[in-house]
Ligand binder design. Structure first.
Ligand SMILES: Cc1cc2nc3c(=O)[nH]c(=O)nc-3n(C[C@H](O)[C@H](O)[C@H](O)COP(=O)(O)OP(=O)(O)OC[C@H]3O[C@@H](n4cnc5c(N)ncnc54)[C@H](O)[C@@H]3O)c2cc1C
Length: 319
């Protein structure tokens, strides 16, 4: 397995249209290059070879984070660090800001982009799981113009997304939360990559202690993050009743997760609360979310998902 970076040419387009044209004409010989934290590693260690890297960081305006049309719009080139530090994200999507603060390490957070994270579609990653529950939409630009996709349609499988030849992710839009929305993301991990991620978004009627609707997803354990329709039903209704149904909801979420290694694990987070009540900051130790083995055919050569040894909680917040 090579441990050196193969030779390549860097192209520096100044517009998205130019980048897209380059990628369309070079086809499989080229890839978009954002922060490079996944791409260069895969080229160095996993035998991926591209003659040309199209450096999209030279395109202005793709890194902005702004409020637009009742949404937070995050440019595909916004880094994990810039999202974590964005006052808009901190105020309106605090669970996303917290998630970003716990991605990888300071070096990866400073250079790695949200767009690169979603486009690489490594199953062991965090943002897609929460974005699925926040019903994010993705703006895509390509040789035939622009289109929009829900994140659930974008994520096809491990290392596989719904981007056509020459298409680039332009931005991620997340609807602004209503006044009763509460979101939480919690992950369990080995070293720097998550082994299990759980996201929960509730629409709460606080005075009545009633959950109008719930969205829940499990990530890093399935080929792509999965929402659990049955669990979501069980998590709606009067808080006191929902509390009694948490075990059942946890079981049905595990059923829906289609775990990568086929082993069924109950999401301990749902059954060992407190997810619904007051903000909490607890650390759990020794949770073993289950080993993950094998390699999806579309994964880069040599990229193998390793077995779990031990794990602890990194992110643990209720906003
Ligand atoms: C040590 C380490 C620890 C990590 N830990 C975590 C973790 O805890 N949680 C987590 O979620 N992630 C983790 N990651 C993954 C990290 O978040 C990603 O590496 C990073 O976000 C990828 O962004 P990038 O800009 O570097 O992408 P790049 O490496 O530049 O690109 C990745 C892929 O996406 C494509 N691409 C990039 N941008 C676009 C675009 N706009 N349109 C179309 N295609 C595009 C590239 O062609 C390439 O195939 C970790 C990574 C490392 C190296």
């Amino acid at each position: 397995m090579p441990t050196f970076l193969p030779r390549f040419t860097i192209e520096q387009p100044s517009t998205l249209a130019e980048a897209s044209q380059m990628l369309a004409s070079y086809g499989e010989d080229a890839r978009a290059y954002a922060g490079g934290t996944e791409l260069l590693l895969a080229m160095k260690h996993a035998g991926l070879r591209y003659e040309r890297l199209v450096d999209i960081k030279t395109i202005r305006g793709l890194e902005s984070v702004e409020e637009r049309d009742s949404s937070v719009r995050i440019g595909a080139l916004a880094t994990h660090l810039s999202i974590e530090r964005s006052p808009l994200v901190r105020n309106r999507l605090p669970a996303l800001a917290e998630l970003e603060a716990n991605v990888a390490n300071p070096r990866v957070r400073a250079t790695g982009t949200l767009g690169g994270n979603l486009c690489f579609a490594e199953p062991h990653s965090d943002p897609a799981t929460l974005l699925l529950c926040l019903e994010a939409r993705l703006e895509i630009a390509g040789p035939d113009g622009e289109r929009e996709l829900g994140i659930e349609e974008f994520l096809v499988g491990p290392y596989e997304v719904a981007l056509g030849v020459g298409e680039l992710l332009k931005a991620i839009t997340v609807p602004l939360p209503g006044p009763g929305q509460r979101a939480v993301y919690r992950k369990f991990q080995v070293h720097e990559r998550p082994m299990l991620g759980l996201a929960l978004v509730l629409d709460l009627d606080e005075p009545d202690r009633h959950i109008r609707s719930a969205r829940v997803a499990v990530g890093s354990a399935s080929p792509t993050p999965r929402r659990g329709a049955a669990a979501e039903k069980l998590l709606g209704g009067a808080l006191a009743q929902v509390e009694r149904r948490l075990d059942e909801a946890a079981d049905s979420l595990a059923d829906d997760a289609e775990l990568l290694d086929g082993r069924r694990r109950r999401p301990v987070w749902l059954s060992n609360r407190p997810p619904l009540g007051a903000p909490s900051r607890r650390r759990r130790q020794g949770h073993r979310p289950g080993g993950v083995h094998g390699r999806h055919p579309s994964a880069p050569d040599g990229v193998r998902q390793g077995a779990s040894q031990s794990a602890g909680t990194r992110a643990d917040q209720v906003d």
